[in-house]
Write a protein that binds this ligand. Structure first.
Ligand SMILES: Nc1ncnc2c1ncn2[C@@H]1O[C@H](COP(=O)(O)OP(=O)(O)OP(=O)(O)O)[C@@H](O)[C@H]1O
Ligand SMILES: [Mg+2]
Length: 296
């Protein structure tokens, strides 16, 4: 497969009924979506992942306490190993984050040799990595409970190690072609407080009840805007993306879970074929030009 510098994702429509798109290849930004229960978070995320997941230049990894959102990627072919479903194995949660951090470091180390300062071309061999953290506050709370129940010593505690890895990934990895998608019922200071906010440039607020949550994610939101959010219907939200004014959007509604699952499943054959063709091409190159070294 060729390299691509564009991975457009359709999010929904704005008030003028114009499509709202984000190019996750071009916008080197992390995502944060907040919304209370029944606000339309799952529909919005199914839509995002259905599109990202059917692109062979994207690899979806992450942690999903609900065991629902990322299940299609565990069951896809080839299965994605860097996904933890449920919150039963905090070592696995750490391993997923460590994988992303190590891959980010590895890519950044290659920058100077290639005289680049960011990765902007993606392919199955060097995919855009979408790190999905569903119910992020729940992941941290689960880890804190585990640490307390097992009386772990400070250095062994999972919650601070998970938080620290997520902070590092948020701060450093976008230029390495990694995008974090963080989902929460509401954005809290522990997630986006202080400097951390600037790491999330794509921000969506579906219905939330407290104006403080709107302010937390969109500090310049007016009182009128904050008041609107309380009345949002499912799928209605504020959307900020780099370089554009805030838009009021209506997100895409995918429908039943099975529809979402089949989007990913139906893309599997093409996904696997693209990976195989890419690998075959690189093996051919490696055999013809052995001095280029390991193809990975
Ligand atoms: N863009 C949309 N347009 C119309 N209806 C929508 C839209 N998004 C969601 N809905 C409807 O709103 C309801 C809640 O949506 P969804 O399950 O995505 O919410 P949620 O925030 O994930 O809720 P939960 O907390 O239960 O997980 C569903 O019935 C869904 O069909
Ligand atoms: Mg949901």
């Amino acid at each position: 497969m060729d390299q691509t510098d564009t991975i457009p994702i359709a999010i929904g429509w704005n008030e003028l009924a114009q499509p709202v798109m984000v190019d996750i290849a071009k916008d080197a930004a992390h995502w944060l979506i907040q919304g209370k229960t029944r606000s339309g978070k799952s529909q919005c995320t199914y839509n995002l992942l259905a599109q990202a997941g059917s692109n062979p230049a994207v690899r979806v990894v992450g942690v999903d306490p609900t065991s629902v959102l990322l299940a299609p990627f565990v069951h896809r072919r080839p299965a994605e190993p860097n996904i933890e479903l449920g919150l039963n194995d905090f070592d696995k949660v750490l391993r997923v984050l460590q994988f992303v951090k190590a891959e980010s470091d590895r890519r950044i180390e290659c920058f100077w040799d290639r005289r680049i300062d960011k990765i902007s071309l993606f392919s199955p061999a060097l995919p855009l990595i979408l790190l999905v953290l569903e119910e992020f506050p729940g992941i941290i709370e689960g880890a804190q409970d585990f640490d307390a129940t097992n009386g772990l010593k400070p250095a062994d505690r999972y919650a601070p190690r998970i938080t620290s890895l997520v902070r590092q990934i948020a701060a450093q990895s976008a230029k390495a072609g990694i995008r974090m998608l963080l989902l929460a019922q509401r954005a809290e200071a522990s997630i986006v407080g202080g400097n951390a906010r600037s790491n999330f440039a794509v921000k969506m607020t579906l219905r939330v009840d407290e104006p403080e949550s709107v302010k937390m994610l969109h500090p310049n939101a007016t009182p009128e805007e904050c008041a609107l959010v309380e009345g949002f219907v499912p799928g209605q939200g504020f959307f900020d993306q780099p370089g554009l004014r805030r838009q009021m959007i209506r997100t895409v509604r995918v429908g039943e879970y099975s529809t979402y699952a089949s989007y990913v499943e139906n893309a599997d054959l093409a996904y696997e074929a693209a990976l195989n063709i890419d690998r075959a091409q690189r093996m051919t190159i490696a055999s013809e030009y052995p001095h280029l070294g390991d193809i990975g």
